[in-house]
Design a binder for this molecule. Sequence first.
Ligand code: SAM
Length: 218
Amino acid sequence: MDYSVARRRMVEQQIVSRGITDERVLDAMLAVPRHLFVDTGLQSHAYSDASLPIGEKQTISQPYMVAAMTAALELQGDERILEIGTGSGYQTAVLSRLVKRVYSIERIAVLAGRARKILDHLQMSNINIKVGDGTMGWKDQAPFAGILVAAGSPDVPEKYLEQLEIGGKLVLPVGDQSQQILMRIIRKDKDIFAREQLMGCRFVPLIGEQGWKTEPVD
Ligand code: SAM
């Protein structure tokens, strides 16, 4: 299978067609080999318009959702970004092409380890990954120009607002465990936050001290 053809089709038919115009985001989505972030048995589906299982009851996000969340950060190239929910590492790889440094937190060690291996293989060296509860943010490295949360939260964790620089943008899904609204919150000033609702979405839950307290039961 020619993955570069599949990737171009993905960008044109799933992303450009839904209104994403940020050329840097489109270029990053064209460049990152998404098939390397899924199991070999799923590689032929890697460029389909869907999220896919990555083990540990988690998913690699739908390509359009990765593009839309990334575009919502309106990145220029010199930012330090916090990502919550490394998962497969695919979104991390897209971000790494667009910013100065990505700090990514994953609560499941086996996923973080697997993502690290693929990102190292792709020689993406501007990424720090740690295993832990991402609902607390990454205080030592704050403030961030952008925070992207790839798991659904019952509310907006206070730590993210605290760890956003002035002018910084937080993009996260907020709602119940079956569906959420993708929100963008811009820190306009120390205590002034502008909130926008971008679209409906469906993510696995953000589990932690400032998220859901327990894993969903099957
Ligand atoms: N964007 C990722 C990708 O492209 O593969 C997909 C992320 S997946 C939808 C959500 C991830 O968030 C899961 O890997 C899950 O383990 C992780 N997660 C959930 N709660 C978390 C928390 N409190 N801290 C860090 N990661 C968390």
